[in-house]
Design a protein around this ligand. Sequence first.
Ligand code: GLU
Length: 283
Amino acid sequence: MNLSKPISTQPYRGRLAPSPTGLLHLGHARTFWTAQQRAIANAGTLILRNEDLDPARSRPEFVSAMLEDLRWFGFQWHEGPDRGGPFAPYSQSERRPRYLAAFEQLRTAGLVYPCTCTRKDLAGALSAPHEGDDEPLYPGTCRSNSALHPPPSPFSWRFRVPDGETISFDDGNLGPQQFIASRDFGDFIVWQRDDLPAYQLAVTVDDNAMRITEVVRGADLLKSTARQLLLYRALALEPPAFYHCPLMTDETGRRLAKRHDALSLRALRAQGAAPESLRHNWT
Ligand code: GLU
């Protein structure tokens, strides 16, 4: 089923959605720059959302570094945690009631089930790491658990994907995309065992609530977009358009990650780099 959104007639609203779990690096800036350029080209509004869902990994000092580094690099947003706006709050840690309401909707509809599998159980159940994916394919161990009688041991909640269904969408940058549920990605967590909403649910709820018309993100999240399209459908929400950017790699071809400290915006700034020259050949 093609779950793409038709061309939007709404005013363009884009977003930058960094997680304050470390310093932003040039790869983040590259994707965000595309997001900003697209918002400008469409005379749109750019939103900054602080994705501080995980209190164990998010730190206030990374939030302030993120705001400062983004401003230094030349980003300007219209709504955000520092400026407010009509869809406040703009920090995910303050939006829990919205995620809970969406989760209850999924639970009432019988679309999620409690899962007691630990990371260790799952690592043992896998024959081989799933190629290039962000998480292992869930083998379905807890699928028959009843949502009405949650188990006594700690559990997370998984969304049951429609086995074998092709999820397709037209990406604004990469063209037509197709993923098969249960083959390319499995049942995924929407509510974690530590009682926190999972990324897939929070981002879907927020992009909808903040009236985002186009999500610009890295190509590492293509399968997550397919997962989120299933959540939009399950929650009866209209999805935004999607535009995935190629990931920046280092000289050995490895994608940039937080381990590339030398390429953090902070380090580049300390070395005297000028944002204009860092992005001189970016479109
Ligand atoms: N906070 C997520 C990240 O930094 C957001 C990604 C997205 O949904 O665009 O990876």
